[in-house]
Design a protein around this ligand. Sequence first.
Ligand code: SF4
Length: 414
Amino acid sequence: MGKRSLQYFTLSEIEPRVWFMLTGCNFCCKGCFRPARDGGGILLSAEETIERMERACLNYYAKVPSEAMITGGEPTLDKAYLLRLLTGLREKGFEKIVLMTNGYELGVDGDYVHELEEAGLTEAHVDLKAFSEDIHRWYTGKSNKPVLRAIERLNASRIELLVQTIYMPGIVDDAEIEKIAKFLASLNKNTRYRINPFAPTFAYEKVTRRPTLKEMERAYEVTSKYLPNAIISRSCYREYPTPPPQKTWITVYPNLEVRRRGMKDQAEERLSWLSRIRPRESVVGDWKREEWDFKLRHRLVGISEAKKYVVKEEKGSGSGPVKVKFPLALHGLTKTREIELDFDGSTTIGAVLDRLVEEYGEEFREKIMDQGNINIKRSFNVYLNGMNIKNVQDIKTEVHGNDEIIILSWVSGG
Ligand code: SF4
């Protein structure tokens, strides 16, 4: 066929990076939380998809980015489309292209992985829902044999591999995850493996509850015996060096309409999807109760990075420079994406900002501080090691050597 339905592109506000959300899926996962699996969007050829992506990126970034994430739904359903999309992206200069897949088609078609490699795919994230055939069939409606084969083939290719599993208490818990870890270690003990917690709020069926922090810690202990590169967290909190709690993102629809969307919009989208099977009030109630989710996610990131976090918590222990990362909105002024600053002992965010004014002039202060130079403007957020300084002591927040500061700008409109 050579065409796929595109629901939308998502553009990152942190650095130039584009997601392709393709609709339709060959699995029927009971806990699926992606409306894209049920179709919708606009049917496009790979060339049309690239042409619209290019226009969207030029409008927003004034250039075509070098990183793409192809996701869905399931993006592998039409091989001809996917291969042409990859080739086209490489021709546009994309250097890192990540495919997020359930892996099934890559295991059914013996040539698929090799063809993806040849077309320029650099990384694959494969969801392995379960190791036991009966659990996999019950949960997805399909055998996991092709998925296991896909993982073997990807492991033998030049494509970087990340395998992911959702921890589902009583269904896919320690015992099942240990089987997966053993299987992956038998292929390559350096395989990157990520365990995410089940989130019942927007699941198609609430097959189980959210795991506790203790259960996730236990899963990490079991896994890390076999796989030193195992990590625990939600994916969106892993895409950044320290995870900023991103609250909005830029969605561009195939007709090139742009919307700045946030968690509330995403919730609305999922509510309307789920309203077919669950009373809307119950989903709204769940959503409100789960606002604490943000804290849990950060603690989960901490489980597999405990060492790094302990160092950061020991005040004044870091002796290295303070790293500051700038948003695109400031690149014109800073001419760089990040800078390292040395301080004698601990300091404060305010002092770091003063140093940045010395580096980049008063224009820098005018851009990010409000009129009295007391607060950061509402259009910017500053994160210290992933924590918004507004939740600490604002510009009086202490900063230590080796800390990382990320400045984000929230673009208005859209
Ligand atoms: S979770 Fe992923 S693989 Fe499963 S039905 Fe949903 S989109 Fe498809």
